[in-house]
Design a protein around this ligand. Structure first.
Ligand SMILES: Cc1cc2nc3c(=O)[nH]c(=O)nc-3n(C[C@H](O)[C@H](O)[C@H](O)COP(=O)(O)OP(=O)(O)OC[C@H]3O[C@@H](n4cnc5c(N)ncnc54)[C@H](O)[C@@H]3O)c2cc1C
Length: 302
């Protein structure tokens, strides 16, 4: 689909062609987005979605890219990233927060701490955005976003309207939800517990220290590649059992510290990571009979 000049002019401040997606993924990999749109606010986003619908442009929503592998061949259509007014934190009650979908999880955790709202400490360990955390039902240390969520506000791309969905009407699973691809989450209400800042801070620091001790840092990764089966059967255990820890494909390697973390060692291609994923999946299936399910999202043209 080629776009006419009027369309491009209308959104030119925030709209670019052929944007390299490697800058938007924690793997630091991926080809180009045909179009890249930074949505600054709800009105602009609705206007863009309306035009995209008329012009039949496929849209893909991206958060902080900490769970997304973009393929080398890039992404057709427009990749949308929420910015500016979609990033905010507001205290609307003594223990209820209203947060924008583009807000980073650790900012939410810090804001909650400053306002004596506890039970959101786990968010300081998740390097994504609120929108991504909800879609992925992200969590750690026996907590996840479904346990603290009250409701979301989202835009339906088909209906071009804003809807509010209560937590009770969303089905959450381990690292997933039944929310449709049609929805772009724009904000969420989260409920914590009233607590003392010092207590929250201690818990938060403890979580961060535990993460540092068990997971690699300062590397190009999207965290856990595969979903755990259960507390007793974690994906890393199966990868170890199948003897895959030293597998590599090109410059795509497996972290020595946590073998469910796949890493771009500097010069990998997305296809190397994908080949490594397939190789490990096959071996684990052969050795243990378990069909590992991907936690990371692979996006783009094959
Ligand atoms: C070092 C490291 C450690 C990690 N540790 C953890 C952990 O402890 N626990 C855990 O659960 N995860 C962990 N992750 C994975 C990742 O951080 C989470 O899945 C995170 O919530 C993804 O958020 P994101 O904004 O980066 O999402 P993205 O990768 O940008 O997107 C993920 C999915 O969410 C969708 N999405 C994003 N924003 C929106 C929106 N506004 N509306 C609708 N859909 C949207 C995307 O389309 C995509 O399908 C880790 C990752 C890394 C790199």
């Amino acid at each position: 689909m080629t776009l006419d000049l009027n369309f491009i002019k209308k959104f030119e401040d925030n709209f670019t062609r052929n944007v390299n997606l490697s800058n938007y993924s924690w793997f630091n990999l991926g080809g180009n987005a045909e179009y890249f749109y930074k949505a600054k606010n709800e009105t602009q986003l609705l206007e863009f979605l309306q035009e995209a619908k008329i012009k039949n442009i496929k849209t893909t929503i991206l958060g902080a890219g900490s769970n997304t592998l973009f393929r080398d061949n890039g992404v057709k259509g427009a990749v949308i990233k929420l910015v500016n007014e979609f990033s905010y934190t507001k205290l609307i009650n003594k223990n209820i927060l209203d947060v924008g979908a583009a807000t980073l999880d650790r900012k939410v955790a810090n804001y909650a701490k400053e306002n004596n709202v506890g039970n959101l400490e786990f968010l300081s360990c998740i390097p994504g955005s609120v929108g991504g955390a909800i879609m992925m039902n992200s969590g750690c240390y026996k907590n996840d976003i479904s346990k603290v969520l009250l409701s979301i506000k989202a835009i339906s791309k088909k209906k071009l309207s804003v809807i509010e969905i209560k937590k009770e009407d969303i089905k959450f699973s381990y690292r997933g939800t039944n929310l449709s691809d049609d929805l772009i989450i724009i904000s969420a209400k989260l409920k914590g517990n009233e607590d003392l800042k010092e207590v929250i801070e201690k818990k938060q620091n403890d979580f961060i220290a535990r993460k540092k001790a068990s997971q690699p840092t300062q590397i190009k990764t999207c965290g856990s590649t595969f979903k755990n089966l259960s507390e007793d059967k974690k994906a890393w255990m199966l990868i170890k059992e199948a003897g895959c820890e030293d597998y590599r494909e090109g410059d795509a390697i497996i972290s020595q510290k946590h073998c469910n973390f796949f890493v771009n060692n500097g010069n990998a291609k997305s296809s190397d990571i994908e080949n490594l994923i397939n190789k490990v999946k096959k071996k684990v299936q052969e050795k243990t009979g378990v069909d590992l399910e991907l936690e990371i999202k692979i996006v783009g043209e094959k």
